[in-house]
Design a protein around this ligand. Structure first.
Ligand SMILES: *Cc1c(COP(=O)(O)O)cnc(C)c1O
Ligand SMILES: [Zn+2]
Length: 419
């Protein structure tokens, strides 16, 4: 049996070390982000390409470097193992030769939030939680609701009153208790931090507990494994709180520690909407922390995150990788969604559309060269956003009993120039 090599939690700000076998939120000394540490020497015995190649295609294939000790506590809906698809038509339209799409929309509940919550809910249950809760822009709430149902735990989720309607319906269907908050995800978080301690709920706010980042880190493992144990030149990621960046950066470091990567790292590009771009602004000004964004507004709900506790870690990873930070406006990210659908047949969320918009920008500015090998992280499924998809007015309605109208309609459709 493959065992977790988890040995400790370390504070990313002050270095305090804690036992990992009790529930922890942030650092008890300074409030910093706690990160999991593993015995890489020990893990090395079983974590190698040959052994991995025979394991099931879910994120639990990386069990040595995940925190759950008892396999009976691994709560799974089949998360991870998403395809890395070549995108030749999109690549050509953007002037690139080697472009890949990491299609995270195939995860349970339609977003990569499933990775973090599969691991965090599993570990919380293993450590004896009675109820789980989090603030969310929508997708994390849906994922928590599903995994809590699967784990037999009550879930309490706090979302902005204007969260994507489908995500709220998902939560309700999974049986979670949903609270809609007049405000943003940060306001949801403030309410939860007031309620959780007195109610005995385990707060699974991202980066305010150590294990959602561990789940998201598996995107980094998978990417490297799918490319044959190497990294691409550039990774483009739509950043809200930036947990995926913190996780993937950690994944690359761990693979290096295991001797599976020789210090190569992809340049990490974070994308945010111009209506809420605190990390992009901080990157541009050279700051190592991000100031909260006022009046955050964007259709990409998952990127409407005005402040994140992980700001320093995200900015450090992007800078040390030689990457950059790009802001794109809402029309551009919606156009990105459409371009992906039309060139590659993928219907993705607006956050994922933002990566395409960023790619166009980086290519035009010359930051990317045509020969760079690039991976876009398509973090969510467009089916969750019917409100953003074309409505059906321009579609002709045919009357089977009126042959002349039929002729006219079809003729006008065929004459339309094809896009
Ligand atoms: C949450 C979310 C993001 C942002 O993820 P972070 O790791 O918190 O930055 C991006 N895309 C989608 C679809 C999301 O749900
Ligand atoms: Zn600390």
């Amino acid at each position: 049996m493959v065992e977790s090599a988890l040995v400790a939690l370390h504070c990313s700000e002050c270095g305090t070390a804690l036992s990992p076998d009790a529930l922890h939120g942030t650092c008890p000394r300074c409030g910093g982000v706690l990160l999991a540490r593993y015995d890489l020497e020990g893990a090395r015995r079983t974590f190698h390409p040959d052994a991995l190649s025979t394991r099931p295609r879910t994120l639990w294939r990386y069990a040595e470097l995940l925190p759950v000790r008892d396999p009976r506590h691994r709560i799974t809906l089949g998360e991870g193992g998403t395809p890395l698809l070549p995108a030749p038509r999109l690549a050509r339209s953007l002037g690139l030769e080697r472009l890949w799409l990491k299609d995270e929309s195939r995860n349970p509940t339609g977003s990569f939030k499933a990775r973090g919550l599969a691991v965090a809910v599993s570990r919380a249950r293993e450590l004896g939680t009675h109820a789980v809760a989090l603030p969310s822009a929508g997708n994390a709430a849906a994922a928590l609701s599903a995994y809590a149902a699967r784990a037999g735990l009550p879930a309490y989720v706090f979302v902005p009153a204007d969260a994507p309607p489908m995500t709220v319906r998902e939560c309700l269907t999974y049986g979670a208790r949903v609270f809609r908050v007049r405000g943003l995800i940060t306001d949801c978080g403030r309410i939860l931090r007031r309620l959780a301690p007195e109610r005995g709920w385990t707060d699974l706010s991202t980066l305010r507990e150590p294990y959602r980042a561990e789940g998201k880190k598996t995107m980094g493992f998978e990417l490297v494994e799918q490319l044959g144990w190497r990294v691409p030149d550039v990774v483009v990621y739509p950043a809200g709180g930036g947990t995926g960046i913190v996780g993937m950066w950690k994944a690359f470091a761990e693979l290096e520690g295991l001797g599976l990567l020789d210090g190569q790292r992809p340049r990490l590009v974070i994308v945010q909407p111009t209506g809420c771009a605190p990390l992009v602004r901080a990157f541009a000004s050279g700051a190592d922390r991000a100031m909260a964004w006022e009046e955050a507004r964007t259709v990409a709900a998952g990127l409407r995150v005005p402040a994140t506790i992980g700001d320093r870690l995200v900015l450090e990873a992007v800078r040390r990788s030689g990457g950059t930070a790009v802001a794109v406006d809402d029309p551009a990210l919606l156009e990105g969604m459409e371009l992906l659908a039309r060139t590659e047949g993928l219907l993705v969320s607006p956050e994922a559309g933002a990566t395409v918009a960023a790619l166009r920008h980086l290519r035009e500015s010359g930051w990317l060269s045509g020969g760079d090998e690039v991976v876009l992280f398509l973090t969510g499924n467009g089916l969750k956003h019917p409100e953003l998809l074309p409505a059906n007015e321009p579609v002709p309605v045919l009357d089977p009993d009126d042959p002349s109208s039929l002729e006219r309609s079809v003729a006008s459709e065929v004459e339309r120039p094809s896009g």
